[in-house]
Design a protein around this ligand. Structure first.
Ligand code: BES
Ligand code: ZN
Length: 619
């Protein structure tokens, strides 16, 4: 069978990703990292909802390498209004510092160059953000669940922290931080730090993150938030109308944390809470330390989509503890995380469910690889001159996870688990490159057993396009049964009403829908819809899959739901797939533009950037 999985990589040109990246270098930061580094930030903001700006100051604590005398500090910024910069050697006296903001690059923003005395240990920047800051979304009350209060949230990964904090915005710089945030009195602020559920709601909040983290994990949300505990160290934050449902959906949080701890060592971040955001949150989840941010579209009502929380929790080891040093090493964050996510799902929800998710993941990967250029199919991707968001494909996620699964299956679970646990301990609180990982892999796994090592084409996995032929093939018996049912129904042997679908999980439903041919006769679409009410499904993943089919088959009864889905949530994964499907025909493109015209003002800047490209938005 011919497909990306079996395609020969030898005949393809290999991508030009072999040039070594010097240490202390990051293509996506202007910082002079080898001369001077930030190691702590003291942040102070006022949240001005009426003007959509965050105004305040950032005091950065600086360290130079031994003997270093740097008098020049370059920070990353994007769309910041810098008012004044000062430096200090003792934090008691502050002197004005000369600074300049360079011209804006579309991807990187503007360097902020500051001249300092060679013994200055602090720099203080007074600044304000702009309403269009790419890392902030300001919501009017109608865009929230409660409809009465405004809402603000940040999204810093990959390089959006610079749009709300002037800093060295590179994942190889780890900092601790403290923050003071002033908000309107009735609102609550939470951060990727120590959140106190019992803090008085007086509009004045203080935070501390004592563990060094990369800038992309700095996060803030402000809104009408309440808290519900799940266990002594875990709970959920959400708007009052959502918090109960969220607490029920995530009732297994503590079991998931324990499962991860049993596998990979203690959870090192103190509390683990999940913040459920308003529906415009552009991602499924974001692993902000101590406080995962999550889309409300995960709340299916039956816990069927909680692998997403297992994923963000897994980042507490892969990503937050051991971090990609540059965005070309992104697979070290996401591939390891997907692998761990499935191990958590297996322990808490069973092997059957974990395998189904692995199969769905492989399907996503194969579909993605069929569409991607070769150079974007390597785990170790070249992102020079590109937006790191371009690297956000299923390759780092699913190909990365499959590579680890290949190692696991080759060396055995016990050996591989010991290896992984050692890896997290060895590199804890460090940012590492793909080369660092490969050196560690050789020294601690491959070199000890050359015979087994020979079965895993490591260099092919990491540097080459496609999926190695020797890759594992996750499979699910439950899915095989679903496929058989799908063909019986397609072949007209049974009506939809006799499908054993009442016992199907969300994953089986997704597989069933994906197993159907791209083009389905209208009666078949209508029969499914009549029997299973797919157009009215409250499960966002099933809705997304069904609407893709509705678009492809011109199934009009689902169009109102399509429009409603697209205007009511802003999760980029769903927007991307649905708008992409729509623009495939001229008629669909017209509809896409009509819907987008209404929805665009409610989408997050990151989602807007993606959809603008898909629909060719010109305003
Ligand atoms: N860290 C990512 C989200 C991210 C990556 C944001 C790169 C910006 C740039 C997060 O952990 C993630 O992978 N989220 C997924 C969900 C997951 C279940 C695969 C998402 O949002 O789709
Ligand atoms: Zn992730």
């Amino acid at each position: 069978q011919e497909g990306p999985h079996s395609s020969s990589v030898a005949t393809r040109p290999s991508p030009s990703v072999t040039t070594p990246v010097p240490a202390d270098h990051d293509d996506h930061s202007y910082s002079n990292l080898s001369e001077i580094r930030v190691r702590h930030a003291d942040l102070d903001w006022e949240v001005l909802f009426d003007r959509r700006i965050l105004r305040g100051s950032a005091i950065l604590t600086l360290v130079r390498p031994p003997g270093g005398r740097a008098t020049h500090l370059v920070l990353d910024t994007r769309d910041l209004d810098v008012e004044k910069v000062e430096s200090s050697r003792d934090t008691a006296t502050w002197v004005p510092a000369v600074f300049s903001v360079g011209t804006a690059d579309k991807i990187l923003g503007s360097p902020l160059s500051i001249t300092l005395p060679e013994d200055a240990t602090r720099v203080r920047i007074f600044y304000a953000t702009r309403p269009q800051a790419s890392g902030l979304q300001w919501l009017d009350p109608p865009q929230t669940a409660g409809k009465k209060q405004p809402f603000l949230f940040t999204q810093s990964e990959a390089i959006h922290a610079r749009s709300w904090i002037p800093l060295q915005d590179s994942p190889q710089v780890r900092i601790t931080y403290r923050a003071r945030v002033r908000t309107p009195k009735n609102l609550m602020a939470v951060m990727s730090a120590n959140n106190d559920p019992k803090a008085a709601r007086d509009g004045d909040y203080e935070f501390e993150m004592p563990q060094p983290i990369p800038s992309y994990l700095i996060a803030l949300a402000v809104g009408d938030l309440s808290f519900a505990p799940i266990s002594p160290r875990a709970g959920v934050w959400a708007e009052p109308p959502v918090v109960g449902k969220a607490a029920r959906e995530f009732a297994d949080l503590e079991s998931m944390i324990r499962a991860a701890e049993e596998l990979f060592g203690p959870y090192r971040w103190d509390r683990y809470d999940v913040l459920v955001l308003p529906p415009s949150f552009p991602f499924g989840g974001m692993e902000n330390p101590r406080l995962t941010f999550a889309t409300p579209t995960v709340l299916a009502g039956d816990k069927s989509l909680v692998a997403l929380v297992a994923h963000e929790l897994a980042h507490s080891w892969a990503g937050n503890l051991v971090t990609n040093a540059t965005w070309r090493d992104f697979w070290l964050n996401e591939g390891f995380t997907v692998y761990i996510e499935r191990r958590i799902v297996e322990r808490v929800f069973g092997r059957r469910r974990a395998e189904m998710e692995a199969v769905l993941g492989l399907q996503d990967l194969e579909k993605e690889i069929a569409a991607l250029p070769d150079k974007d199919e390597a785990l170790h991707i070249d992102l020079r001159g590109r937006d790191p968001d371009d690297g956000f494909t299923d390759v780092p996620y699913e190909k990365g996870a499959l590579f680890l699964r290949h190692l696991e299956q080759t060396f055995g679970r016990e050996t591989f688990d010991r290896f992984l646990r050692g890896y997290f301990d060895h590199f804890a609180f460090q940012s590492i490159t793909t080369e660092d990982f490969l050196r560690y892999l050789h020294a601690n796994l491959l070199d000890a057993n050359r015979e087994l090592a020979a079965r895993v084409p490591v260099e092919e996995w990491v540097e080459k396009p496609g999926i190695p032929v020797s890759a594992p093939r996750p499979s699910s018996e439950a899915f095989a049964r679903v496929e058989a049912e799908a063909s019986r129904w397609l072949g007209g042997k049974v009506p939809a009403s006799s499908l054993p679908a009442s016992g199907w999980s969300t994953q089986e439903w997704l597989h069933f829908l994906r197993a159907l041919p791209a083009s389905l006769p209208r009666e078949k679409m209508a029969e499914l819809d009549f029997t299973f009410h797919l157009t009215d499904s409250g499960n966002s993943e099933i809705t997304n899959q069904w609407l893709l089919m509705a678009i492809a088959n011109g199934y009009e009864p689902a169009y109102p739901r399509l429009e409603q889905f697209l205007v009511s949530m802003g999760r980029r994964k769903f927007l991307k797939s649905l708008y992409e499907e729509l623009v495939k025909t001229p008629e669909g493109k017209t509809r896409a533009l009509a819907i987008y015209r209404k929805a665009r003002p409610t989408y997050h800047p990151i989602a807007v950037a993606t959809v603008d490209k898909i629909v060719g938005w010109q305003g």
